[in-house]
Design a binder for this molecule. Structure first.
Ligand code: DER
Length: 225
């Protein structure tokens, strides 16, 4: 079973938790993609749910799939958010943001009863940090903010668009990809990064995921709580 299928197996398994009447947070990335496709199919088969997307890209896909979207002002709390991750450890601590959507993903996850992570088996790690930690920073004085991040013990690359110029998030900010290699104390790093002036949000999601569904090579799923 290729990685391609492992993402699909994990994502479609997570959609089993989607019940009629629920308000659903739709994640971002190539794994959450399959969950959005499956939910679209369920809606077309008559399932009534309402959804909020965590990125312009996921919003566009949801509209194409005929999934009813609701404006945030009409929702005080979501029942379930299904989203991907770039890394996850055995305590369900995550690195997210590879797709550049970490700010809206973290806000959406925070206001959800449940956050279910879907991933292929390549994402599970014993220690976070091999994947560069995405940090969303404001454009003003971004060089100073990069300097502050570097002083935390990483090398920083500001994310570029495929052609040229800086990548700009849905919220008009930049992404600093911070290579720590190893993050032995994610909680401590989370608060240190979060308190830097100029940092909007970062991709360490700690104490947020309730469950992870891991698609495995043999076509089965592993559930982490
Ligand atoms: O950007 C994000 O947070 C995505 O959810 C990312 O973490 C996972 O993307 P993938 O499913 O395409 O690997």
């Amino acid at each position: 079973v290729s990685e391609y299928n492992m993402k699909k197996i994990a994502a479609e398994h997570a959609t089993k938790y989607v019940q009629a009447g629920m308000k659903i947070g739709l994640g971002t990335g190539s794994t959450a993609y399959y969950a959005i496709l499956k939910i679209g199919e369920m809606v077309r088969d008559g399932l009534s749910i309402q959804a909020v997307a965590t990125s312009e890209a996921s919003e566009k896909l949801a509209v194409e799939q005929g999934i009813p979207l609701i404006p945030l002002r009409e929702v005080d709390r979501l029942d379930l958010t299904i989203d991907g991750a770039d890394e996850l450890d055995d305590q369900l601590r995550l690195i997210k943001g590879g797709g550049g959507a970490l700010l809206r993903e973290k806000i959406t996850a925070f206001h959800s009863e449940r956050l279910v992570i879907v991933a292929d088996d390549t994402k599970t790690v014993t220690q976070l940090g091999a994947f560069p930690l995405p940090v969303e920073i404001v454009p003003f004085a971004y060089e100073w903010t990069i300097q502050s991040l570097t002083q935390l013990g990483c090398t920083v690359q500001i994310r570029h668009k495929p052609d040229k110029g800086f990548y700009v998030t849905d919220n008009g900010n930049y992404i600093a990809d911070c290579k720590f290699q190893q993050i032995p104390q994610p909680e401590e790093l989370s608060s240190r990064i979060g308190s830097l002036p100029g940092v909007v949000e970062h991709g360490l999601f700690i104490g947020m995921a309730d469950q992870a569904i891991i698609g495995c090579q043999d076509g089965t799923v592993r559930i982490l709580h």
